[in-house]
Design a protein around this ligand. Sequence first.
Ligand code: CTP
Length: 423
Amino acid sequence: MARILLGVTGGVAAYKALDLIRLAVAGGHSLRVIQTDNSQRFVGAASFAAITGAPVLTSEWERDPARGAFPDQPTPEHDPISHLELVRNADCFVIAPASANTIAKLAHGLADNLLTSAALAASCPLIVAPAMNHQMWESPATMANTELLRGRSITIIDPEVGSLASRNEWGSGRLAQPATILAAIEQIVPSGERPWDGRRVLVTAGGTREAIDAVRFVGNRSSGRMGFALAEAAAARGAVVTVIAANVDLPRHAQISYIDVESAADLERAAAEQFAGCDLLLMAAAVADFTPPNPAPGKLKKDGRPDLELTLKPTTDVLAQLSECRSEAQMLVGFAAEHGPDAVELGRTKLAAKGLDLLIVNDVSASGTGFESSSNEVTIVSKDGDLHVPKADKLVVANEILNAVDRLAGQRASGVISQSSDE
Ligand code: CTP
């Protein structure tokens, strides 16, 4: 069973999307549909809703009654941004029929409607089945646009040759047969299997709070967005994900387990309990390095003091401690917020000092990235080299980090490099 998100664009072939859905539902798959405005001139949303058994989304401004869930999933309690939730939940996003206009938008990253926004946010495989007049299909612009998509590992299911919608026209441009499209889907997402099925991933996210008294704390600006994005990206790959969330006020994902903690000591305890059961640790939380050793039980009063001196004691370095008791098969990824030109060099030192496999350096002196932002720009540091990930949405960056984990695991499996703990 695969969760298939179907995008339907404007064209005579939109009615064939109904056949594709029937076929897929019969094959045990779960479907949701997004339609463009123009496609509704050919087939109404009610038809798609009836055969998928789920609401159809047509506009960025309407609420999704199913809150991004597929028919086989429970409706989440929170109200997520529906198209983002839909692509997160989907095993693949199929656009059939895909018009020349939508293909051009996909090629150039336009996000001017619900369908193209969802496509831009999708980290699952994208499958595009074009359908149009043969002159439009064969035009240099469409050819160049489809080549761009193929170059990004997007699957293009070439249209078939035959008689076309306009009278007496014959050529290449007919939507591929529904069975051909379904076969392509099942080849890419075979029986719903995902690349990280069975992998256990532990993520720490957010920022710890160290109590000064009953109402005040020493904290930091971490929002938890990067950690949550990593958790979602890992879950989308099929992993069983647990997040230790330090003071994170962000929507939760139905497929992920969350353990809420407040202080560095709470996080240390939770991580110690969970660590042995994980294959991959993504330590994105900003853990306090110092804590007030004896927080006041009540609220501290001014009491006419001219100033107040706080003494802080060091906390445990949780990541370094876990690294000491890691097994060879486990992978550890640390994060470091650094300032300025030496950021990557400092990251390299931390990678070695903490015995990590990867360290994600976030230069917090760059503007529009980091703690409270939804985008980030990082350098992935490993002992074999660095990879700069330019500024992008945190989910995009999260997927780049997981890709780096995959590459490292692949190199190890093929014996190209040894584990950092072997050194
Ligand atoms: N970390 C941790 N426990 C701490 C502090 C940090 O586990 N008490 C982890 C963070 O989650 C992060 C990595 O260590 O993955 C690097 O954190 P950072 O604060 O940049 O490094 P520090 O070793 O604390 O060095 P610095 O002196 O630069 O703060």
